[in-house]
Design a protein around this ligand. Structure first.
Ligand SMILES: [Zn+2]
Length: 93
């Protein structure tokens, strides 16, 4: 698991891939959503904390690679690297 990243879930068939899986699309060809272990996040962040979320592009192209960090008072409480692809809206179900 990377930070609080739990896994990747397919938007079409609901197949699930572990958080350490590096992939942008499901075996069925559909987009994957990032799922977070929110229970773990709650342990590190308390009510009233102000979250600073930063996403940095690492690679651009057909498949984007990005790194995200969440900080509270300058301390990183979660981070992850993830991939995202662009698809025409008419082709997304
Ligand atoms: Zn799928």
């Amino acid at each position: 698991m990377t930070g609080f990243l739990a896994g990747l879930e397919c938007t079409r068939c609901s197949d699930y891939y572990p958080g350490d899986t590096a992939r942008a699309v499901c075996d069925c060809g559909s987009t994957l959503l990032v799922r977070y272990d929110l229970a773990s996040v709650r342990k590190a962040v308390t009510p009233g904390d102000q979250l600073h979320i930063e996403v940095i592009p690492l690679r651009k192209g057909k498949i984007f690679k990005m790194k995200g960090e969440i900080k509270v008072d300058g301390n990183v409480v979660s981070s992850a690297e993830f991939l995202a692809g662009l698809a025409e809206k008419s082709k997304v179900q």
